[in-house]
Design a binder for this molecule. Structure first.
Ligand code: CTP
Length: 409
């Protein structure tokens, strides 16, 4: 049997990027031989094994043929006769279809190295279309390697467009899509992921609520970039520049969905877009079964981001409601993430990327002021049940009034 390193590990080594996981392909072997060498099978009927020591994935060389819709709708054929070239041709991109032996000799039948040099994400063959997830994968790689100057080859974009129009994307499971989306959002240029999906028509299928923001104007005084879609991309770009976590990036992507619902007669104003957007945010959250912390933050940021921007003008009672809604007493981290998302929203505007955001410190200070209210003395005064709750609120309101006055002085 011959063993080769394949896929991302070869690509990233040639790009001079760190390699984290290594995938191997084994040519000329049978399942029985693998088991005899101590490899552990991954699934009952899939020719993939884990190395007994390193735990890395070793797959028998295989060919694949599509036999139905969606994931799982294909049959594969693994046998010792399948060649390395046959295994490589079923893969997605030329740059992902190179193999390397233990002497670092490269097998590159589909010119991956040429495309690495040309900075092109190019599909290998029409078999690309056999797995619609690849549309998301290509957009994710575009986001990851945009900084190196990569773009999607025009013929690949065209194929992605056909796939998006074919209805195949609808067959993707929430779990597989979310895995790609969440990884893409954590790349250096996540806005490129959304741009590429939009360009090939996949955004309209996957997240029509985000797609609908393009072409919707906002008032130029606050949004020199005017277009709501362009603004959303800039917010995401800022979130990545500031190394924000996934929760914040997800909230940034969804914060303005309500603006897509504004009747054209009301443009460029978007009255109550925060509240109107909530049902859309909920729908996108549920469509991809986003993790609970992402779902929660997206909804809270959607509802309260303008409160964040107006923090210094808010009445103490409104400030208190905001803090209560976030349960800042038990969930301080979530409030920090809200503040971060608001700041990214403020900076994700043309020419305003470097602006200061004093609201952040002010909101932090307000949360601290409300937190200083001690419960013990109120218990000692005999408050309990709902009355205790009311008494705590009164004390917090007092603390916030004092805080606001001190800040204004
Ligand atoms: N692959 C594919 N189509 C898919 C998934 C994977 O053709 N839908 C192939 C590609 O050749 C890829 C390899 O399987 O390089 C390994 O896949 P994976 O580990 O998911 O991705 P990597 O390319 O290693 O990329 P990453 O760095 O993002 O993990």
């Amino acid at each position: 049997m011959q063993i080769y390193k394949v896929g991302g590990a070869v690509r990233d080594r040639l790009l001079g990027k760190p390699v984290t996981d290594i995938d191997w392909v084994v040519v000329g072997a049978t399942t029985e031989e693998m088991l005899a060498k101590g490899f552990r099978p991954v699934g009952a009927d899939f020719p993939v094994f884990l190395h007994p020591k390193s735990g890395e994935e070793y797959a028998l060389a295989r060919t694949e043929r599509k036999s139905g819709r969606g994931y799982g709708g294909f049959t594969f054929h693994a046998s010792p006769e399948v060649t390395l070239e046959e295994d490589l041709i079923r893969r997605d991109l030329t740059i992902n279809a190179m193999a390397e032996d233990d002497q670092q000799n490269l097998t590159d039948p589909y010119h991956g190295q040429r495309d690495l040099e040309a900075r092109l994400l190019r599909h290998i063959s029409p078999a690309f279309a056999e797995d619609p997830l690849r549309v998301l994968r290509v957009a994710r790689f575009a986001a990851r390697y945009a900084g190196l100057g990569f773009s999607v080859a025009p013929e690949t974009l065209e194929l992605m467009r056909q796939l998006s129009e074919s209805g195949e994307l609808e067959a993707l499971t929430a779990e597989r899509s979310w895995k790609e989306i969440s990884r893409a959002l954590m790349e250096d240029q996540p806005q490129v992921f959304i741009e590429v999906l939009r360009e090939c028509g996949a955004l309209k299928v996957l997240m029509p609520e985000v797609d609908a923001l393009f072409g919707v104007p906002q008032p130029e005084a606050h949004h020199p970039e005017i277009d709501t879609g362009v603004h959303t991309l800039s917010v995401l770009e800022q979130a990545a520049k500031h190394k924000q976590p996934l929760t914040v990036r997800w909230a940034c992507l969804l914060h303005d969905l309500g603006k897509g619902l504004t009747p054209e007669e009301e443009w460029p104003r978007h009255i109550a877009h925060e509240h109107k957007g909530l049902k859309l945010i909920k729908a996108v959250n549920e469509r991809f079964k986003a993790p609970k912390d992402c779902q929660e933050l997206a909804l809270l940021v959607g509802e309260y981001h303008t409160h964040g921007h107006r923090a210094l003008e808010l009445k103490p009672s409104t400030l208190l409601e905001l803090l209560q809604s976030f349960d800042v007493y038990r969930r301080p981290q979530r409030f920090e993430e809200f503040i971060a998302a608001c700041e990214m929203d403020a900076r994700g505007r043309k020419g305003l990327e470097q602006r200061s955001y004093p609201q952040a410190e002010y909101l932090r200070g307000a949360a601290n002021a409300a937190r200083t209210v001690a419960v013990q003395p109120l218990l000692e005064k005999g408050f309990k049940g709902p009355e205790l709750g009311e008494a705590i609120k009164r004390e917090r309101l007092k603390a916030l009034k004092a805080y606001k006055e001190a800040a204004a002085a």
